[in-house]
Design a protein around this ligand. Structure first.
Ligand SMILES: NC(=O)c1ccc[n+]([C@@H]2O[C@H](COP(=O)([O-])OP(=O)(O)OC[C@H]3O[C@@H](n4cnc5c(N)ncnc54)[C@H](O)[C@@H]3O)[C@@H](O)[C@H]2O)c1
Length: 383
């Protein structure tokens, strides 16, 4: 589609931290690489601190700044509100944005609790506005290829799903909790610890690839019991889960293990998944994100073995839009792919996934995990 025919879509982004950057980058680059029917315009960046918002606006090319998200949501100049702020802000902003008739994109997890997430789903559906949650790992080309292989039946019946998300950045007991940068350690802001922050990604990918999770049994641990709170200056109890592991049964009869922690010394963001089916298996690792390991039992037996597929060819998902075969892309591209799919969906009328409603299912699983860990029991996942 010629650039001039693209309709403009005025974007208001809330939050100029880590995700504010990945989203701004995605909105500004998408039309350079993808033929989409809309051209995002970086209209307004919103952050509570005006100086910070202004320097972010200068760097990324936003036309204006706002310090109060309520004004942004009401602004007639804005078509789409993008929520890239901490979890305690998601529900209030998304509901107000939907009521104001704006399209809403929201970072994960959707809400801090299923009740918040349900209210968010209701708001966007009542308003009939386009919506999507940034579960970006679906848009890694190798993960998308994995989805294609499963949907084509190449793995056959699935028996096992095995996945971890390991980090090590909270091991020091001197690390405070709360406030800018450390809100993830404050349960009142984050909702939960690694279950909602890290495992939410594993769960979203898992249910997208392998269907619904029916029941779970979990254990969680908080290794450091108190930390100084940045906002009060006092030592306060830590109420997030530092580590979380659970067993799950999928509706299709397969079994799964999930584990996430911020106490795995040496690991920064080791997100891996392995799926074993009757005809084949796949392994994917975020630290080597352009490779898919694939074992196909139907290969000639003399040659059977694990293939390491370098997912960079033009017939691999999304790759035709990038460089030439053999050249890699990275983490930031997953966000560009997500925006491209969202904009294409606006044009075709087939909404890009995951919608708020689909993302709510992940929140039901994380809630069941936390309940199970508290009760030391198997818990059925709500649906
Ligand atoms: N999809 C992913 O892979 C991924 C990765 C990281 C974070 N996230 C999610 O993105 C969200 C933001 O995380 P982050 O890592 O970017 O956090 P961050 O701490 O780096 O940035 C958050 C930003 O929001 C701003 N903010 C806080 N309250 C605000 C308010 N009331 N109004 C306007 N701005 C406000 C902060 O000042 C900061 O600029 C969280 O929900 C998180 O779970 C998703």
């Amino acid at each position: 589609m010629a650039g001039n025919n693209m309709k403009k879509l005025n974007i208001g982004v809330i939050g100029c931290g880590f995700m504010g950057r990945t989203h701004s980058n995605a909105f500004s680059k998408v039309t350079n690489f993808f033929d989409v029917p809309y051209r995002p315009v970086l209209k307004t960046i919103c952050a509570r601190n005006g100086d910070r918002a202004q320097s972010f606006a200068d760097k990324w090319g936003y036309e204006s700044i706002e310090t109060d998200w309520r004004k942004l949501v009401e602004s007639p100049d804005i078509d789409l509100i993008d929520i890239a702020s901490p979890n305690d802000t998601h529900a209030e902003i998304a509901i107000a944005a939907a009521k104001a008739g704006k399209m809403v994109m929201c970072e994960k997890p959707l809400g801090r609790t299923p009740a918040e997430s349900e209210a968010m789903v209701k708001a966007v559906e009542d308003a009939g506005v386009a919506n999507m949650v940034w579960y970006n790992y679906r848009r890694v080309p190798a993960v998308m290829l994995d989805k294609q292989l499963i949907d084509e039946g190449r793995l056959g019946r699935i028996f096992h799903y095995r996945t971890v998300f390991l980090q090590d950045w909270t091991i020091s007991s001197d690390l405070p909790q709360g406030g800018e940068g450390l809100w993830r350690l404050d349960a009142s802001v984050a909702g939960s610890g690694v279950t909602g922050d890290l495992l939410a990604h594993n769960i979203d990918t898992a249910m997208w690839l392998n269907g619904q999770i029916e029941e779970v049994t979990a254990m969680t641990e908080t290794f450091i019991k108190t930390r100084k709170h940045n906002l009060t200056g006092k030592d306060e109890p830590v109420r997030i889960d530092d580590a979380s592991a659970f067993l799950a049964r999928f509706q299709n009869g397969s079994l799964a293990t999930f584990e996430a922690t911020r106490y795995a010394r040496g690991h920064k963001a080791l997100y891996t998944l392995e799926i074993n089916g009757e005809n084949g298996s796949i392994i994917w690792d975020l630290h080597d994100l352009h490779r898919l390991q694939f074992f196909d039992y139907r290969d000639e037996s003399r040659l059977r073995g694990w293939r390491s597929i370098h997912v960079t060819d033009s017939d691999h998902p999304y790759m035709k839009q990038w460089w030439v075969p053999g050249l890699q892309i990275g983490y930031e591209h997953t966000f560009i792919h997500q925006v491209a799919d969202f904009l294409s969906g606006l044009g075709s009328g087939v909404a890009a996934a995951p919608s708020f409603r689909e993302a709510l299912l992940t929140d039901y699983v994380t809630d069941a995990v936390l309940q199970s860990a508290a009760n030391r029991s198997w818990v059925k996942v709500a649906s």
